[in-house]
Design a protein around this ligand. Sequence first.
Ligand code: AMP
Length: 219
Amino acid sequence: MIIVLLGPPASGKGTQAALLRDRYGFYHFDTGKVLRQEAATGSELGQQIASYINRGELVPIEIIRALIGKFIREMGEGRIMFDGFPRNLDQARVLGEGLADVERRLDHALYLNLDRSELMSRIINRRVCDKCGTIYNLVSAPPKSDMLCDRDSGNLVQRADDTEEVFARRLEVYFEQTVPVLDYYRERRLLREIPAEQPISELAASIGALLGLEEHAPA
Ligand code: AMP
């Protein structure tokens, strides 16, 4: 099964992706994380990527095409989840073509729908473990111990692009460029919409039910 996870920034895609991975055995391709890792290397490509991320703009399609193309050619047969991709119509076409080349196709486009007013407060309170990437919310899902990760005691940090100013631009980009992707998948009868204000664990269970998934037996 191949799915994409869609929704505005801070709708809970990253958190749900981690749960879907653990409960249902999805391989999680996190586009933003892969891009941030390349940016952190300081390579020429990395510096170019960072200049887009730091402004809240989308990284150009040529870079995304190369990244996704490589992943698709190397991916296994199991459950695959694209998170943070596709972000515009060009990317949706790149995905369709890339999958067709390896005789696979998309099964579901899962849309986490959350009211705009909720998003900013989620971003301001979001913290991420600098070791394992686990996501916390200081109000609704705080760590057990102050500013340390429950899993590995890594430091909880704020992402550089989680400022009010950059987030406002990321939201604009979402409404201009990513919302048309919802219509693209709706027309192809692939869009599965789900209200995302439910508590984290219930939302993951609703997604499992919506997609008809069996829980993945722990190894
Ligand atoms: P995210 O972690 O999904 O919130 O993404 C953080 C940033 O990475 C975005 O604001 C973009 O600058 C960049 N990014 C992530 N995914 C994509 C994508 N599919 N296409 C272009 N840029 C992306």
